[in-house]
Design a protein around this ligand. Sequence first.
Ligand code: OOG
Ligand code: MG
Length: 262
Amino acid sequence: MTLAQGMDQEIVDYLLSAEKERREVEKVTDKYPQLTFAEAYAIQEKLLERKVQEGARIIGLKLGLTSRAKQQMMGVHEAIYGYITDEMLALEWQPLEFDQLIHPKAEPEIAFFMGEDLQGTNITSEEVLAATKYVAPAIEVIDSRYLNFRFTLADVIADNCSSARFVVGSHWVSPKSLDLGNLGMVLSKNGEVAQVGASAAVLGHPGASVAWAVNKLGEVGKGVKKGDIILSGAISEAISFQSGDTIHAQFAELGSVSFSCK
Ligand code: OOG
Ligand code: MG
């Protein structure tokens, strides 16, 4: 361990207060350049423990850096994971409050609703799909607590992978009913196309992304549970938005999801 005793709690306080006070802070690795991925996940776990103590409920998982392009950009070969809580759930019909966020960005994702528990270290994409009750179109709102949205991999892991909010569309379908690995998507802001993408951008298939997370959790004796919601990773670049903007993601076969920001 490169972190002295108690430093992890100090970092948790630092990140939580940045989130609560809606301000950007310098990244953790500016102070602790040796921070390892394992230490960063330990900080993330403590950060979630604190959120739970303060009344949040963990309702699932999110994947990050699932596209090869994003991984190359960060100079890494792995995806990352964080947790989502009930407090992050936003609704299509209720505008997001811009004042509660720092410098949010929206990204299109496919949400998985688990119909069974799943745990292991050799789980395949097929097993994930068999254990998935529904998939649905989603938009994740990420809001890094770090200055200018800039960080290293260890920083972003500690910051629960920039998690802030997510919105799920109303069209939920069995993953058996469509070709989930091959869905086109158009992301628009205020009616203008901002990004286009395809579900294959997520490690070739969103199911593969979820399988990666399950296997990664399996290494530390954890898994996913029936009822968990899993955001499988952005299928295009994230776009910034401001107060007054409306973001809309249209997926082939899965329909659309949108939200506005006041
Ligand atoms: C990290 C979170 C990335 C995704 O879907 O790739 C993420 C970030 O880019 O801030 O959620
Ligand atoms: Mg995401």
